[in-house]
Design a protein around this ligand. Structure first.
Ligand SMILES: CC(C)(COP(=O)(O)OP(=O)(O)OC[C@H]1O[C@@H](n2cnc3c(N)ncnc32)[C@H](O)[C@@H]1OP(=O)(O)O)[C@@H](O)C(=O)NCCC(=O)NCCS
Length: 253
């Protein structure tokens, strides 16, 4: 029978060199009303934001929501990096490979992470140290108790089952987004993040430590759970909220 490696070992093995600790993680949030009848970023055409590789990915997407979120996430990450560098967002290139960590071309020291879900796009950035961000729409129709039994370890499952009323549902999404954020920051695979014990995310101050990583669960925005992970245990985070007009304005000129 296949025995799972202890999670800390697994995560450290995936990350042989200790990652540089982060100091400040900036989180940029763009709320996108669902089922929009108009373009997500009025006046900002897709071809202005996306390079040819990104346009290929956009063209391959069938659902309008997926296209809108992809476009908005690229517009946001480029606007955020452009503001750091003092250039126009059109001058920022972000690698576009599906299933891979995004990377800002020519500005490798700056780390970015992207997440999008129903109604929300998030971009996290940091000047050093790998980071991961995740958001998930809190879908109350899901049988989160069954999912927790299937995917989470006994300490997390037990802590979840002791929460009152609506809290187990919210708690499930805290853990889920925490694990996804940890996966994105560490590069660890499915087994490692599923068996990582993040039950500290369920109690204040909603943060958990694993190996060199700290994972923090953030207050929901637009009914979406959010979590961020970064190397080190002393980093701060700040949240910046954007709306579509502000993002379009950042692309003007
Ligand atoms: C690839 C994965 C990270 C995407 O997460 P998701 O919740 O489906 O989607 P999100 O919108 O949050 O994230 C997508 C973004 O993550 C980024 N991303 C994709 N693969 C990544 C990777 N290996 N590392 C870091 N970031 C990655 C990309 O920027 C992507 O955006 P893009 O497709 O627009 O370029 C996720 O599906 C996955 O495989 N996770 C592995 C760990 C796992 O199974 N966790 C289960 C939780 S219990």
């Amino acid at each position: 029978m296949h025995e799972k490696a202890p999670v800390e070992t697994a995560i450290l093995r995936d990350c042989p060199v200790a990652p540089a600790a982060a100091s400040l993680v900036a989180i940029h949030a763009l709320v996108m009303p669902a089922a929009q009848l108009q373009p997500p970023l009025p006046g900002l055409p897709m071809v202005r934001v996306l390079d040819s590789d990104e346009q290929r990915r956009w063209n391959a997407m069938h659902r309008p929501d997926d296209r809108d979120r992809f476009l908005a996430s690229r517009a946001l990450v480029k606007a955020v990096v452009a503001a750091q560098r003092g250039c126009h967002p059109r001058g920022v290139r972000v690698t576009a490979l599906s299933g891979r960590r995004p990377q800002v071309v020519g500005f490798e020291a700056s780390r970015v992470s992207i997440s999008h879900t129903r109604g929300l796009v998030l971009v996290a950035c940091c000047m050093q140290g790998d980071i991961g961000i995740d958001c998930e729409y809190i879908d109350h129709s899901l049988d989160t108790a069954a999912l927790a039994r299937r995917f989470f370890g006994p300490p997390e499952h037990q802590t979840l089952s002791q929460l009152d009323d609506a809290q187990p549902n919210d708690g499930f999404f805290r853990l889920w987004t925490g694990k996804e954020a940890l996966a994105k920051a560490s590069g660890a695979g499915l087994d490692a993040v599923l068996s990582a014990n993040l039950h500290d995310l369920l109690a204040k101050p909603h943060q958990a430590h694993h190996g060199p990583w700290m994972v923090r669960s953030l207050p929901p925005i637009a009914h979406c759970a959010m979590a961020v992970a970064a190397a080190g245990s002393a980093w701060q985070h700040e949240v910046h909220c954007w709306d579509a007009p502000a993002l379009v304005e950042a692309w003007s000129g």
